[in-house]
Design a protein around this ligand. Sequence first.
Ligand code: ADP
Length: 907
Amino acid sequence: MTIPALAIEARVLLLMPTSQDAARTCDLLRESGLDGFECTDIHSVCRELAAGAGAILLTDETIAEDGAELLTSALENQPSWSDVPLIVLSREGASRSKLSFREPVNVTLIERPVRMHTLISVIKSALRARNRQYEVRDNLIERQVAAESAAAERERLRITLASIGDAVISTDADGKVTFLNGVAQRLTGWSQTEANGRHLSEIFRIVNEHTRQLVENPALRALQKGVIVGLANHTILISRDGAERPIDDSAAPIRDGSGNQVGAVLVFRDVTERKRSEEAQARLAAIVESSDDAIISKSLDGVIRTWNAGAERLFGYSSTEAIGQPITLILPPERLVEEREILNRLRRGERVDHFETVRLAKGGRTLNVSLTISPIRDAGGRVVGASKVARDITSRTQIEADLRRSEERYRTLFDFMGQAFCVIEMLYDDCDQPVDYRFLEVNPAFEVHTGLKDAVGRTMRELVPDHDAHWFEIYDRVASTGRSVRFVSEAKALGRWYDVSAYRPGGPNSRRVAVLFTDITERKRAEDSLRDADRRKDEFIALLAHELRNPLAPIRNGLQVLQLGANNVTAIDQARSMMERQLGHMVRLIDDLLDVSRIGRNKMELRRSRVSVADILDSALETARPLIDAGGHGLMVSLSPEPIFLDADLTRLAQVFGNLLSNSAKYTPHGGDIWISAERRGNEAVISVRDDGIGIPNESLDSIFDMFSQVDRSIERSTGGLGIGLALVKGLVEMHGGSVSAESPGSGRGSTFTVRLPALEHQNGHDLRHTHCAEPPKCDVGRRFLVVDDNRDSATSMAMMLKLVGNDVRTANDGLEAVEASEQFRPQVILMDVGMPKLNGYEATRRIREERWGKSIVIIALTGWGQEGDRAQSRDAGCNGHLVKPVSFSDLEDLLSKLTDGPAGLK
Ligand code: ADP
């Protein structure tokens, strides 16, 4: 601190009775080398003194007396060092001066008349005195400035210590506390006033963090040894309230200017944060080390800086091998560009996240890795390197590839499978009621099964506004319960039936439902029609039973008539013809049934030959005539004059027209009319059977040719049919390459059935039928017949018949018996049933044929089966002929006459 230079005043202030006195005195002083300054009055003197001007005051007693009060105040207000000398000129000697001051004042009285020399000498000595006062003043000021500067210095130190981050405690030479800064107060819990004068060991208590033993106080050690004591590690400071904090501390002795030890200063800091961050860092390091991922850091020029255990495992290089090497160590050469790009991004401070690429392990093995690379910055925020986390995704990549493949497989399956598939998301209203659903995914079959195009992203209501609400409810149940359902339901709005499986593909909160479904409308229809057919079949069986039983009653009655009326020839004759009629009816029914079943199974065989339509119709009329006559109907036949020839099975076509004519007879009320006409139209023979009967309702026309179809099925209205006649007609006509149709103007207005058949080219031939005319069978003497049938009645009745006409007849009831009887009886003809127990007819025939005596016997097979295959089978077994049961006497007669080359000898 510099001391301001203060004025040293040498002027003599003059306060004289007159200004002439003052001027004269000034002159005199000047002559002695002194400086005088004239003051006009006492006020002026006071002002000059207050401003520090003038070294002494020279005045006259008279003036001084008047202003003594004022002057005393002015002198009192002077600084302490100042004692302004006052020289007063008196008139009557100093001892008698009346001048008096309240306070002691430095006054020198000089009696008038004054000798100049004396005055000058007094003034000079007063000036000297004043000069000494100035010296005192300067001295004082100098000391004051020095004190102020020392105080300021102390204050700065205090502020410094108070404001530094570290805690500071100072002690005196005895180790007693003299100062604690704020941090020290906070950490120890002691305030400056409380701590002052106490021993440091009381204020500053430290223990070792591991052993909890008291640790030697560094400040006291510094005091003792007079040396600086450095940092002690693992020290815990226990504050006054018991709180513990890890600290770092150091202490130094304090010496005075002469090097004497006057105390010690202790500096310490709370290292909780640092410890924490050190621990965190250690933990981090441990994590890095123990991570399964490879964690590597590198400098910006691509040099590897750190290499954790994960990196060792993944890449196969130890950390010593890797650190310091360029990162290209693990880079496949073709990926160098990629690394440059990554480095560029890092320099820009960007991060690379989950970048999937390929790296090389030691030995050149390639690895699929996912990289996350972040820039490393220095304290100034500058990017100085990069940390790289590499995760091995080789197996993940494999799994993903597998997954993709499997997904593709499923996708292909979904794309190509015939079943429709969709994933839907349920939509709810405010009350959480399911109101609609949106299609998220559909497969191509979806459109086929629903007819809905571009469904994805749209809702069911958008696509089909009136879609049935119960479907939403079903799907909602699946979505809310997670239980899969399978159901069959009709989507009325789509007009289709579906077989549906629905399940929830997601977790409990998923509102999605996966639906797999098939349009089963066709199947449903087929099932319905199957059910219908089944119902018709049941009805048919009931009808069949009824129809078969009907003829049985008259037959049984007939038998009783034969028994009772043995002598009544008319009755017997009537009964016999009635029984024959009923039997014929039954046989026809069964034949029709078998035929229709054969057509259905494609087993029907046609025996085609060139036949005329006229012959066919003749034959048909033969069959139908009894019914037409019984109905009292008129019959009109109109044939084209030119004969029409067909390549056809006469019997079968006769059956066709016989059926149509019989129907007309049946379905026309008594006394109606029936027309039959045939003509050639182009290459076709068109044959119609018309009646004026009950007609056919329009709605039945389509189905009339179906199996079991009858317009009125009620038993009461039954006319003795099974509803298969027209099916047989249709089947037989179609087998001949023709067609049949029915027309009717309506109920009660008659019907017309029209058959069209391919006709043969017109030829000038004649009806072949007339060229072939069998000789009427001639009767001969009886023969030996063996009748073999396991049905004893059949065997017995046939034997009776043959005996009645004069033959010698035996019977056998199984194959073995047949062989035995043959051997003993040596029959000429054997009527051999085929299906028999023990030995069937074919086997028995074979055995008989093996015998010498058996070769010439005429063996005729009798079976229910009349197909060509059946006939061939009996031929193979060695039979000469084959007759289908029930055998009529005339058929047997015809066959025998053929086989025995002469009269059959039956009658
Ligand atoms: P069935 O005569 O044994 O009932 P069909 O197959 O011959 O069986 O005939 C089927 C049905 O067609 C008959 O039940 C009858 O209702 C009707 N039908 C057949 N022919 C005629 C016809 N000429 N006039 C009226 N209805 C007929």
